[in-house]
Design a protein around this ligand. Sequence first.
Ligand code: SF4
Length: 477
Amino acid sequence: MSENDRVKGTFSFISLGCPKNLVDSERMLGLLAQDGYSLVPDSELADLVIVNTCGFIDSARQESLGVIREMIDRKKAGLIKGIVVAGCLAERERDRLLEEVPEVDQIIGVFGREEIARVAERILGEIHEQRSLFRPAAIRAMDDTARLRITPRHLAYLKVSEGCDRLCTFCAIPYMRGKHVTKPIEEVVKEAKELAADGVRELSLVAQDMTYYGLDLYGRTRLADLLNALEEVEGIDWIRVLYNYPQHFTTDLVMAIRESSKVVPYLDMPLQHISDRVLKMMNRRHSRAETVEIIDRLRSEIPGLVLRTTFIVGFPGETEAEFEELREFVKSTRFERLGVFPYSYESDTPSARLPGHLDQDVKLARRDQIMAEQQPIAFAFNQSLVGRELDVLIDRADPNQKGRWIGRTYADAPDIDGVVSLRGKGLRPGDMVKAEITESQGYDLAAKAIGTPVRGGQAARTGKGRSLNSSILPIIS
Ligand code: SF4
């Protein structure tokens, strides 16, 4: 064994939160593996445990703190040597963490992730001279190549920018992730090629504010150019564009989505509310009229479009009439996919200082009412797919039914929307197969394969970005 091959130590990794955090986790995993650390599936077998946290809203923070405390118990029991806490919670609450969890060996901010291997070396070398490592927000996009991926081999997230220039009053993300920084088109394409060479067929583009892409770097939005450039990447079959702010849908962008053979007609566009007064209180930069106009335009210009949105109910001061306006809007607009969240009080955001905070039970009741309004709409959309022949991307074998597979059509984003339970022979994860939708099962579908599966992962592997079998990792999200 050469010096470079020697294993420096073992680590286990827990990744919490959204796909953008997952990309950071995968980058840290890649850096540790490159530096000679070996990943083990169970934290009890690891020298070091890294927890990449979420700090978006209170419930996510509580989940992150719960996992940290669990790891501290393991450390106290002598099962692990060190704990690193990284990510958004670390960035948002560094002082509190330093005080409340002194057993954590190192706290790393979002922009300290590149130094994870040096941190591991220090902890395992028992040099604990400094417990926190924070770097200023990046002024150029961070390199996300050479990741060790924990998603199934045929799926990957690709971060096209970091941070956000908007200051929605309920959102703490700009304080954790900094201002908007676009990753240049050629770098995104390079990462996409690396992922394709590793067997990725479905690429989900992620950002905090997707349609802003390019404005800071090129002086104009360039998401359309990016999509056109990604169209040329061999091996990728589906490109999914997530986190679209309802602005900057230029003619070029709509055309790029419509004309593309790879960008699926599925748009995730969080709207947050529809009442003009509430939108203004949220510091959203779109009105009801503009929102209606963009939805009409997208639906008329992109055939087969599936629109996903999210709303916040119970924003401070939201009146019964404003809530009813939102409910009516949900009923009449008939989004194919929809999520709704009760407003979360976050003391460091501007909305915390607004008057008229509502009781939690009012917020939850409003959430339930919107979901009740939406459910038959989502079910009816699924019912409308019965009898149609659609491509299904196979994600995994159905653990509950031998001979059946779990996959998705273009209308369902991984880990967000529903699935298709499918009968078919000779299939394996990563296959794309034509299927007839035979039944609607609420938010899910059943289907039978009718075509010959088209196998993925044909491209040569570069050996740089790599994927793991995600089942070996203790991932919580
Ligand atoms: S656009 Fe999204 S990420 Fe940016 S401040 Fe608003 S909610 Fe937060």
